[in-house]
Design a protein around this ligand. Structure first.
Ligand code: MOS
Length: 721
């Protein structure tokens, strides 16, 4: 099904199942510990051996020699694989650094060997006996030191409209500030894990992955086997946040280990390995300049961002939102990329906007203060309904103003004292802050297959993943709505490359795109059902397990055995319109006047994100993302060892993420919205919106509480002195 013009009224609009707060259908499996995660799949193939990955202890250089003799002789060891005996391997365009080093080493903890043994403990013990001699080369590990050497981050990375330089120079109100965000780790609950088994030259991989089709593609490229020979399954994930968009060393080395030893191999990255072996969100240095007249209308806005990555890597797109969020005739954005020999930088929840808004929305707070205007009003004054870089391109929908007004009202923003450090509650200094939220709403083609059995059970199969987001449930709701059956008459099968190729989970495109694919398949199935039952397909109504049209009706079970597959193919509406999600974050904090200890007291987000398919799981997505944003504001930082080039704090004891005690009451308001240009579902996505801007709202609240402006995230209490 082509989707190239705005959706009219369709069966989803009945909203009998869609749009209703619905418990997750996979909830019981998860809460009873019976959802099968990749590393737990003892049952799927016999004779599994355990792999243990050895990481490089240098950041850059060459492997001079690897002595594996003692490891091979160690009890229980089945084999040891290094670049010398791995056989011929390919490269994948999904990866900047290779998943198995040798002889070249590109980053610390890059895999140099996998030990395969009868037990995990034997593999781990043998791994300690491997002796690697390195020739270490000098690397660059310090973004600030490399800032001057950074170059333009590729074609189309920069943008310019009007004459920024002169408009900024002549603006009566000026802001010119620098902000920094640190390297961050996804820190998902479930580390990367895989089981690989070969049958001749056919590979089966049970893994934890967000994008099944990309995984098939990468495994085919890396192992030099045809795509048809790769079967990937990832029905449950314990989080991804972008770290599992692409297969990592666990998947590749499980497959290579299994190929070399002839045993199915099971591998998990240990928690400490995840931080340096996989990807992270790169640190940024951002300069923001805003100029305006005294009325607060922006006349010039400039945003430059510096980040680093390995040779061949990409920038952190921290200027994304600045291209779209506020009006202003004269504007520029620029991304500068330095070469750093740290582990690979890549996508983490809302890449670009998440760190970009941490800077931009703090700048807007400082700008509001210079103007003597309320921070909410400054944002409203600078609203725009067209792309500020291209006035011919409207937003499909944009209710930022509604989010800000509704959020402010619900939060009690009018009680804020604009004078910093003026509200006391015993030993606590209390403050309020806010920020806008913005995140693009991309779409991806997505396919599904739907069938009906003799009990009237509708089964949906698609290679879509549920990374903890609720995909199972919204896909089930979509099929239930479309086929006119209750949700408990729908079976959803996900995460298997033998199913039709879906959008996968990334960039907050999953909900809208994958359900639209299910919609397309259901439309095809409805046609078949109507034809079989002798009913007019155009007017057929599917309800309560019955199909009726023109005064006739028949039970859906009469269509048992029918099956249909289709795909939603998105046309150019996403080029005609800017499709994006919006929100307003409001936060109250308290800061201990003597110790600087910070406590978040209240958080509220008002979101405009198209039709909300399941208000319950959508709320969970937003509060989870707000929690992640609180981590970004207050605690998360990968500390770089600038001498040796690795992240020092590589476990959850030292890489701090928020716990329940850090997070207060959170409230989420969804504005009524349906976007007919987004898909037949009229939905967008909320998986990433919630993290966007919230860090700055917290920072701004801390400033309001204390009068101290910390522009280097995370805002830890040592920075108050
Ligand atoms: Mo997302 S960072 O595209 O999983």
């Amino acid at each position: 099904m082509k989707f190239d013009k705005p959706a009219g009224t369709n069966p989803i609009d009945r909203k009998m199942v869609i749009g209703k707060a619905t418990d997750r259908i996979d909830g019981p499996l998860k809460t009873t510990g019976t959802a099968p995660y990749a590393y737990e799949r003892h049952d799927v193939v016999a004779n599994q051996a355990y792999g243990y990955i050895v990481g490089s202890t240098i950041a850059k250089g060459q492997i001079a020699s690897i002595d594996t003799a003692d490891a091979k002789a160690s009890p229980g060891v089945v084999g040891v694989v290094t670049w010398e005996n791995a056989g011929k391997l390919g490269t994948s365009h999904w990866h900047t650094a290779r998943l198995l080093a040798g002889p070249k080493v590109e980053h610390y903890d890059q895999a140099v060997a996998i030990v395969v043994a009868d037990s995990f403990e034997e593999a781990r013990a043998a791994a300690k006996l491997i002796r690697v001699q390195y020739k270490r080369a000098d690397g660059q590990f310090d973004l600030a030191a490399q800032k001057a050497s950074a170059t333009k981050a590729g074609d189309g990375a920069d943008s310019a409209v009007g004459d920024f330089a002169s408009a900024f120079a002549s603006a009566p109100i000026h802001l010119d500030q620098q902000y920094t965000t640190p390297d961050q780790s996804h820190a998902m609950m479930e580390p990367h894990a895989s089981i690989a088994a070969w049958d001749g030259d056919k590979l089966t991989l049970w893994t934890s992955n967000q994008m099944i089709n990309w995984a098939v593609d990468a495994m085919s490229d890396l192992l030099l086997i045809p795509k048809e020979n790769v079967h990937v399954m990832s029905p449950f994930l314990g989080g991804g946040f972008g770290s599992k968009l692409w297969v990592r060393a666990d998947a590749m080395l499980a497959a290579v280990g299994a190929r070399v030893t002839g045993r199915p191999v099971r591998v998990t990255l240990t928690r400490p390995m995840v931080f340096n072996n996989t990807t992270h969100r790169p640190a940024t240095i951002q300069r923001i300049r805003i100029g305006s007249d005294k009325d607060g209308k922006i006349t010039a806005i400039g945003h430059e961002s510096w980040s680093g990555d390995l040779p061949g890597g990409g920038p952190e797109g921290a200027t994304n939102q600045t291209k779209k969020l506020y009006a202003g005739a004269n504007r520029m954005t620029a991304l500068r990329l330095a070469v750093l020999d740290l582990p690979e930088g890549n996508a983490m929840r809302a890449p670009g906007e998440a760190p970009g808004l941490m800077a931009l929305e703090m700048a807007m707070d400082e700008f509001a203060e210079k103007l003597g205007m309320d921070p909410v009003e400054v944002r409203i004054v600078n609203d725009t309904q067209v792309d500020p870089e291209n006035p011919n391109r409207p937003f499909s929908q944009r209710n930022l103003v509604g989010c800000l007004r509704k959020g402010a009202e619900a939060f009690g923003w009018n009680k804020r004292n604009p004078k910093p450090a003026s509200v006391r509650d015993g030993r606590w200094l209390v403050g309020m802050g806010m920020a806008s939220a913005y995140r693009g709403a991309p779409v991806m083609n997505s396919a599904a297959r739907v069938d009906i059995d003799r009990n009237g059970v509708v089964t949906v199969a698609t290679d879509m993943t549920d990374i903890g987001t609720g995909s199972y449930t919204i896909i089930g709701q979509t099929a239930a709505e479309m086929m006119g059956v209750p949700l408990d008459k729908v079976v959803v099968k996900l995460g298997d490359s033998s199913f039709p190729v879906s959008s996968g989970s990334g960039g907050q495109w999953g909900a809208n795109s994958s359900t639209a694919g299910v919609y397309a398949a259901c439309m095809a199935l409805r046609e078949k059902v109507a034809a079989k039952l002798g009913l007019d397909p155009k007017s057929a109504v599917f309800e309560n397990g019955t199909v009726s049209a023109g005064g006739k009706s028949a039970p859906l079970t009469d269509a048992a055995g029918l099956s249909a597959e289709d795909r939603i193919e998105f046309g150019d509406l996403s080029r005609k319109y800017v499709q994006a999600t919006f929100g307003g974050h409001f936060v109250e904090v308290a800061v201990d006047a003597y110790t600087g200890e910070m406590r978040i007291r209240r958080m509220l987000a008002a979101c405009a994100a198209g039709r909300i398919l399941n208000p319950k799981s959508a709320r969970s997505q937003v509060i989870g993302a707000m929690t992640m944003g609180a981590g970004a504001a207050l605690m998360e930082e990968l500390v770089v060892d600038k001498r040796f080039g690795y992240f020092v704090n590589h476990d959850l004891a030292e890489y701090h993420v928020p716990v329940h005690a850090d997070i207060p009451h959170q409230e989420v308001i969804f504005l009524e919205e349906e976007d007919p240009t987004s898909s037949p579902m009229k939905a967008k996505g909320v998986g990433e919106l919630g993290i966007c801007g919230v860090g700055a709202a917290i920072a701004n609240a801390i400033y309001n509480a204390t009068g101290v402006r910390v522009r280097e995230y995370p805002i830890t209490l040592d920075k108050f002195v």
